[in-house]
Design a protein around this ligand. Structure first.
Ligand SMILES: [Zn+2]
Length: 276
């Protein structure tokens, strides 16, 4: 096939045999990525992803999702689905830089970058292996979501954010320990199933998405939903939920990719304002 690359697409520099798959990957990526992905822009796609990971980390800290240097985010390379970018070990989520982001393969091996790799890389690699439809994986220890995971209760539709997770959360119950090998990572991916969120019991949350925006906004909504449900359950005697059709309509409406982008962009502007 012949393929004329658009001007300034720096990362499509593959041999002819690879062009077809690269083009497909580009189309898949464009379909799921935010509107800020600009094929004709000055910044190349990899740098743009890294910049968004940097902002995602700052947003997560601003939202109280940090836990010392724990927590990690990754994003699959659009031109090579067998590789992903990932935050490094020993730094906070708000300390991600263009230089310390690692490139890792689906076996968890670092293929580029000098920083230390998180031992829980297998959460990411095994989910990316199992779910070719997902591009972003995030693991944090949000306070209410972690407490909610310990309660072992299903997510109820007691709030609007909760509707996003209604009948849409897996739970990993094999261990409270870190996910430090392929088998454990596979177990997390299995518990995730067809969902985009899995609670690690007594540990934290793993939230995935097609885009960074979806993933970040989802984990913030998860924490909000868990907090509200715990307040409702602590108060006792909650009134019946709305009918499932009503809840599922809301789930559909708040799952729109553009809505995640609008909310992510707002939080990014807020971070920048606070930075001065
Ligand atoms: Zn953890």
């Amino acid at each position: 096939m012949s393929y004329a690359a658009p001007a300034k697409v720096k990362w499509i520099c593959l041999p002819p045999r690879a062009c077809e798959s690269a083009l497909i990957d580009l189309e898949v990526f464009k379909a799921g990525a935010s509107r800020s992905f600009t094929v004709g822009g000055e910044m190349n796609a990899h740098d743009e992803i890294k910049q968004k990971m940097i902002m995602a980390g700052k947003i997560l800290v601003a939202e109280g999702q940090d836990d010392f240097t724990r927590g990690h985010i990754s994003f699959r390379l659009p031109d090579n689905p067998g590789l992903f970018f990932m935050k490094a070990h020993s730094i906070g989520l708000d300390e991600i830089t263009m230089e310390n982001i690692l490139t890792i393969d689906l076996e968890g091996n670092v293929v580029a970058g000098k920083a230390k790799r998180h031992s829980e890389v297998y959460i990411h690699s095994e989910i990316f292996k199992a779910r070719p439809d997902l591009n972003c994986v995030l693991h944090t220890h949000p306070t209410y979501a972690t407490a909610f995971s310990a309660a072992g209760r299903p997510m109820r539709a007691y709030s609007q954010p909760a509707a996003l997770f209604y009948n849409a959360i897996g739970t990993y119950t094999d261990t409270i320990n870190l996910i430090r090998d392929h088998d454990m990572g596979h177990g997390v991916a299995k518990a995730l199933g067809a969902h985009r969120t899995v609670l690690l019991k007594n540990h934290g949350a793993v939230v995935c998405g097609v885009s960074i925006e979806e993933t970040i906004i989802s984990v913030i909504m998860l924490e909000n939903a868990a907090q509200i449900q715990m307040i409702v359950e602590a108060a006792g005697n909650p009134a019946p939920e709305f009918p499932i059709e009503d809840v599922m309509k809301l789930q559909h409406d708040i799952s729109r990719p553009e809505q995640f982008v609008v909310n992510f962009d707002y939080l990014a502007r807020r971070v920048k304002r606070r930075e001065g």
